[in-house]
Ligand binder design. Structure first.
Ligand SMILES: NC(=O)C1=CN([C@@H]2O[C@H](COP(=O)(O)OP(=O)(O)OC[C@H]3O[C@@H](n4cnc5c(N)ncnc54)[C@H](O)[C@@H]3O)[C@@H](O)[C@H]2O)C=CC1
Ligand SMILES: O=C([O-])CC(=O)C(=O)O
Length: 397
């Protein structure tokens, strides 16, 4: 039944064995998507053939990506359907996952292994990654899987890599904020990005490790210190905030009130009452916390995060491969506001960020404008905390 009926996306709509999960019953603020295209796309076995770029070579998320683009530019959509009908995807890109043995890393590795665009998949962790690689290598898709364990193997893991994804670090437990992870994850991200700078400075870098609002500025400072910073190629992965709601642009950052969904820009347009807007905004801001609480000490979102990260990887690879019509949301260096980093919709190209969609912040409702002003001090402090962390270590070194 699920395969033939439309999927109803709503926040917190999960139900388990007779009980609903999450603090509140979900209300169906829904956007309907046809599931059949998701299923059709979920194939990594077609790389050897000429396949439809839009509908088949992308192993996931092309429908979501289409929605993102449609809401930005319907002309671009028509153009893309003409221009990208038949392109031969090359299984020629190298992807590295740092933290590949973890809750996000493992399912992410499986999803990336299914991409017809990936020729080599390098998995790195400080432990337990050999088994993951052995397991994955039995999936007969084009990507060759290799495992790398511990600091001495990190450089080899990164040589020649096009996209590096970093989910290494600790996740939250109930009662914690993402910022509570700073003391452990800041060092992990700093060390890993130093190795990226030394071994694959041209790679797209996708930072998942929290707090993203600080770890992305940390990565930027490390890359600057190494003289290889290209702001167009450094991304904080905020895709999950967008997926949760199917088609609402989410701007700002990736923690608490810094996550600002722009519900007035929902596509197709939905007329929410003021109460619904307030309720939905809080639900989206707390979506990660809902999972943390439901997992009750066993971590935070892993499967949905892996799906979101895999979609961002696939979008990056499509952009690298010459698709000129790729849009995503990401936390990047930005001049959209007075803050040095800001999440918004971006256009991806061969060299990374090609354009920031500045129309995003135009015509905000009063509620959204207030939310934007309210998030700035917290986001600014998180960015400065990340920058100061690296600068302090550089001075004392
Ligand atoms: N950006 C986002 O939207 C989201 C971010 N996250 C964040 O992703 C991170 C990872 O979450 P999970 O996978 O659930 O955690 P996990 O604990 O299951 O996995 C983390 C992995 O990182 C590895 N690791 C630790 N130190 C390392 C190092 N120095 N080098 C390489 N690997 C190292 C661990 O061995 C482990 O395998 C957390 O910080 C979490 O908060 C989680 C969900 C969404
Ligand atoms: O909530 C967390 O700690 C993990 C996360 O960033 C998310 O699920 O959005």
């Amino acid at each position: 039944m699920a395969a033939t009926s439309a999927t109803n996306f709503s926040i917190g709509s999960t139900a388990s064995a007779g009980s609903t999960v999450g603090p509140t019953q979900s209300k169906a603020f829904s956007i309907k998507l046809e599931p059949k295209s998701y299923l059709r796309n979920f194939s990594g076995l077609k790389a050897a053939n000429s396949v439809r770029y839009e509908s088949e070579s992308s192993f996931l998320g092309s429908e979501s990506s289409l929605i993102l683009r449609r809401s930005y530019n319907t002309k671009a959509l028509k153009h893309s359907q003409r221009s990208y009908s038949y392109i031969q995807p090359h299984a020629s890109y190298k992807v590295a996952i740092l933290g590949a043995g973890g809750g996000i890393g493992q399912p992410l590795a499986l999803l990336v292994k299914m991409s017809p665009l990936v020729s080599a998949l390098n998995l790195y962790d400080i432990a337990n990654v050999k088994g993951v690689a052995a397991d994955l290598s039995h999936c007969n898709t084009p990507a060759q899987v290799s495992d790398f364990t511990g600091a001495s193997e990190l450089a080899n893991c990164l040589k020649g890599v096009n996209v590096v994804v970093i989910p290494a670090g600790v996740p939250r437990k109930p009662g914690m904020t993402r910022d509570d992870l700073f003391n452990i994850n800041a060092n992990i991200v700093k060390t890993l990005v130093e190795a990226v700078a030394d071994n694959c400075p041209d790679a797209f870098i996708h930072v998942i490790s929290n707090p993203v609002n600080s770890t992305v500025p940390i990565a930027a400072e490390v890359l600057k210190n190494k003289g290889v910073y290209d702001p167009k190629k450094l991304f904080g992965v905020t895709t999950l905030d967008v997926l949760i709601d199917a088609d609402v642009p989410v701007v700002g950052g990736h923690a608490g009130i810094t996550i600002l969904p722009l519900l007035s820009k929902t596509n197709p347009s939905v007329a929410f009452t003021d109460e619904e807007v307030q309720e939905l905004t809080v639900r989206i801001q707390n979506a990660g916390t809902e999972v943390v609480e439901a997992k009750a000490g066993a971590g935070s979102a892993t499967l949905s995060m892996a799906y979101a990260a895999a979609r961002f990887v696939e979008s990056s690879l499509r952009a690298l491969d010459g698709d000129s019509d790729v849009y995503e949301c990401s936390f990047i260096q930005s001049d959209l506001t007075e803050l040095p980093f800001f999440a918004s919709r971006i256009k991806l190209g061969r060299n990374g960020v090609e354009a920031v969609i500045s129309s995003e912040l135009q015509g905000l409702t009063e509620f959204e404008q207030q939310g934007l002003e309210a998030l700035k001090p917290e986001l600014k402090a998180s960015i400065e905390k990340g920058v100061a962390f690296v600068q302090k270590q550089t001075v004392t070194a």
